[in-house]
Design a protein around this ligand. Structure first.
Ligand code: MFK
Length: 141
């Protein structure tokens, strides 16, 4: 995805619903849409200058989205309480046969500010299998 920061704490991201993102016949998979919301809202949080992880994400799939559509996501920060960052986002089809001003899905997400050491326990898993440990296929059990 490509992102643009706009006025205030808002982020705009675009994603093309490619064939490999198919869920139901001819329609983008809901998990792909969810991932795109997660990325866009996470990117809005990054404008705060602090690292976050997703704590809770809630999607409303309002309309089916045909493959080939170009989607525009808009995400913003709605509020902050202590480490909690409340975000929301919506998506429209801006190019393609189904393009219109209608909102086709919405998302609300809670992100938690974290310290860099949050990821330290996962260091050995970065980019794949931990080194020095057997994979599932190698198990002798
Ligand atoms: C290139 C672009 C990159 C864009 C950014 C990346 C976007 C994508 C980000 C992800 O996908 S991250 C991967 C998915 N998420 C995770 O792996 C997170 C896994 N969960 C955790 O690590 C912990 O549960 C978490 C850090 C979220 C919270 O644990 P903590 O021990 O730090 O929180 P704590 O229990 O102290 O709670 C702090 C506050 O948050 C609240 N809270 C925590 N988790 C919550 C939850 N799940 N739902 C609702 N509230 C929650 C909790 O009630 C409390 O509220 P109060 O301040 O009012 O007391």
């Amino acid at each position: 995805m490509h992102f643009t920061a706009t006025e205030g704490i808002e982020v705009v991201g675009r994603l093309t619903a490619e064939s490999r993102y198919q869920g139901g016949p001819g329609v983008i998979h809901g998990g792909i849409l969810t991932t795109a919301f997660d990325e866009t809202q996470g990117m809005a949080c990054m404008l705060l200058g602090t690292a976050v992880v997703t704590g809770h994400l809630q999607i409303d799939f309002a309309r089916p989205i045909p493959l080939g559509s170009v989607l525009e996501f808009r995400a913003r920060i709605d509020g902050m309480i202590r480490r909690k960052v409340y975000t929301s986002s919506e998506v429209r089809i801006v190019e393609g046969a189904a393009a219109s001003d209608e909102i086709v899905a919405t998302s609300r997400g809670l992100f938690l500010k974290i310290k860099p050491e949050h990821f330290t326990p996962m260091q050995e898993f970065v980019d794949g299998q931990p080194t020095g440990l057997p994979t599932f296929g190698d198990s002798t059990l």
